[in-house]
Ligand binder design. Structure first.
Ligand code: NAP
Length: 294
């Protein structure tokens, strides 16, 4: 069996065209331009590169974006003050603080400071909790991107065995919870999982987000499985690879996402979606979605 290679770039392009049309409607009907503010603290090169991708994505669909660059010496209090100002600015629909933050700043207090209605990354505790109860205001972008890929390919989730390798708060756990909401039977594996292959061989849908190149080899993949590789690893020779042995596993899976060109394209796309959704809510709602849902 040779897998269908899922073209994340093409899916993202199609979705971005739809989102551009939604921005046009917001402009013409409500005179509103969706706006995202990205806060970058320090000069981590990887973060700078991710932020550039987000800003470019905004431009592509007509979202107004602003990059607030703060020095690594910024105190937690100063950062919270910036967020407070943006929370109170009605022209801003999304606030994103690029992670990781310098060690002296507590990530939890920063994420919880962001207004839930503007938490387009979906990392606020309320949105995290909403993953359990099924009523998030915003879904976290990478897991949402995984869900959109499955939807686009008409891959049934209900009743399927899903194995998620990786249990981080930003990818593994929310992906597992979102797919569980869709009635999959979900197993989460992590570093301390004994005999990873025992679990991955059960997977009809295998989502891998461990950050370990070649963790998933054909011997531990069920024939015909759908394999979604979230991993993004830079090898010493400069090549970018995922967590899956792509060449080997594509001969056994029914669907597979490449790296690059798979899930990565979808993460920023879902951020754009969430920002537009936030602007649509602000333009049309008399009460906030947070208060309505709470
Ligand atoms: P993370 O916070 O480092 O979490 C990695 C998870 O994988 C942890 O739960 C860890 O287990 C688990 N793990 C590590 N080694 C393992 C092993 N040998 N067997 C089983 N589980 C193992 O990373 P993350 O932020 O979730 O990101 C994961 C990967 O996805 C990275 O490559 C990252 O670059 C990529 N990523 C891509 C996108 C995208 O848009 N494409 C977005 C976000 C992240 P423990 O919990 O036991 O430590």
């Amino acid at each position: 069996m040779t897998a269908k290679i899922i073209d994340g770039k093409a899916i993202a392009k199609k979705l971005r065209a739809e989102y551009h049309a939604r921005v046009d409607v917001l402009r013409s009907r409500y005179n509103v331009t969706p706006a995202l503010v990205v806060i970058l603290v320090g000069d981590n090169p990887a973060s700078q590169s991710y932020v550039r991708g987000k800003i470019a994505g905004c431009k592509e669909v007509g979202i107004r974006s602003e990059l607030v660059e703060l020095p690594a010496s910024t105190t937690e209090e100063q950062l919270l003050e910036h967020i407070e100002r943006l929370n109170n600015d009605a022209t801003v629909h999304g606030i994103l603080v690029q992670l990781p933050l310098p060690a002296h700043i507590r990530v939890s207090s920063v994420l919880e400071k962001i207004s839930v209605e503007k938490d387009v990354d979906g990392f606020h505790l309320y949105n995290m909790g909403g993953l359990v109860t099924g009523n998030t205001v915003f879904s976290p972008c990478t897991p949402y991107g995984v869900q959109k890929i499955l939807e686009h390919e008409n891959i049934r989730v209900e009743g399927q065995n899903v194995v998620v390798v990786g249990a981080s708060n930003i990818v593994g756990k929310p992906t597992a919870l979102m797919l569980m909401q869709q009635d999959a039977t979900v197993v989460i594996c992590h570093k301390k999982t004994r005999d990873l292959g025992h679990f991955t061989l059960l997977a009809d849908i295998l989502v891998v987000a461990a950050g370990v190149p070649n963790l998933i080899v054909p011997q531990i993949v069920k024939t015909g499985a759908v394999v979604i590789d979230v991993g993004f690893n830079r090898l010493p020779d400069g090549r970018i690879v995922g967590d899956v042995d792509f060449e080997g596993v594509k001969e056994k899976a029914s669907y597979i996402t490449p790296v690059p060109g798979g899930v990565g394209q979808m993460t920023v796309t879902m951020l754009l979606h969430n920002t537009i959704l936030s602007a649509e809510r602000a333009a049309t709602a008399t009460t906030s979605p947070f208060r309505r849902r709470a």
